[in-house]
Design a protein around this ligand. Structure first.
Ligand SMILES: [Zn+2]
Length: 284
């Protein structure tokens, strides 16, 4: 049986995480047993099957964070400061949860500004590092296992985390549950429609950018576009206040490409930038 025949047999068993439909197009199929599929109904792009959890979690040991807490620290602080300023435009005090807080740099800045900070982090190394640096408990594990109180947080942030989780819909619903009715949710994810980056990548590497590679450093299980991300937020009880380019890239060359990719956005509203930043609130 060819792979395509196998995929046709397999896909009816899979349900789209966003729209619950079962019709898919195979986008990438050369990394068996993993395929990248696109929902024919809502255009959500995702990897199927999901690689086992141990494989994902072992990527985030001390080796992963070494650069963050040494060589890249100063550049990263600049990025976190900008992101905190963005939050402060809407809210400036209260309980703030950062989902997937890593080594806690963002929470550290927030804490200095007077926020009561909490974090979740699946990497045991990073959770321990953040707990010590912030002198507060960081939940080591999945947000869904943390069981935070309902209507508790004034702000929840999630910087480049949603693309890594098994079930984005469950995650967003959980954030809706733990956020106060007048709370704020700020998230950033890579943009699957990053056309400028794709073109530059093709010119430099001589091949197209892959959405999935076995064993890569950061495995993205879901690839969101501005449209699918907005649809996710609407489906989980959020109203989207703004959707704009995210400036979370710190490597100088990629940063330049990202800047270039924002020009069509500011000139013509084209959402082909590298990453998306959304500010949302619970629907009233
Ligand atoms: Zn779908």
């Amino acid at each position: 049986m060819s792979f395509l025949q196998a995929a046709k047999m397999l896909t009816p068993q899979i349900k789209c995480n966003l729209c619950d439909q079962r019709q898919f197009k195979v986008v990438e199929e050369d990394q068996q047993p993993y395929n990248v599929l696109k929902c024919k109904n809502c255009s959500l792009v995702f990897v199927w099957p999901h690689p086992p959890h141990v494989e994902l979690e072992t990527h985030y040991d001390n080796g992963y964070y070494d650069e963050w807490i040494s060589r890249q620290k100063a550049r990263r602080q600049g990025m976190w400061r900008k992101r905190l300023k963005k939050v402060a435009k809407f809210k400036s005090s209260g309980y703030l949860l950062d989902v997937g807080c890593g080594e806690g740099a963002f929470l550290g800045l927030a804490q200095k500004k007077g926020w009561q900070v909490s974090g979740t982090e699946i990497s045991a190394f990073a959770a321990r590092y953040a707990s010590e640096a912030l002198n507060t408990d960081i939940f080591c594990g999945d947000l869904l296992s943390a069981h935070f109180k309902e209507n508790y947080f004034d702000v929840v942030t999630m910087w480049h985390v949603l693309e890594h989780v098994d079930d984005p819909k469950k995650y967003l619903s959980e954030i809706q549950r733990i956020l106060k009715p007048d709370g704020l949710f700020v998230l950033a994810v890579p943009n699957v429609n990053n056309l400028v980056f794709q073109i530059v990548y093709r010119i430099i590497r001589g091949r197209s950018l892959k959405l999935f590679t076995i064993g890569e450093k950061e495995i993205h299980l879901y690839h969101f576009s501005p449209v699918t991300l907005k649809r996710y937020l609407a489906a989980t009880g959020f109203s989207c206040l703004s959707l704009a380019p995210d400036y979370g890239i710190i490597e100088p060359a990629k940063k330049i490409v990202n800047w270039i990719s924002t020009i069509p956005y500011y000139l013509a509203g084209m959402q082909i930038f590298d990453a998306i930043e959304v500010v949302a609130v619970p629907k009233r």
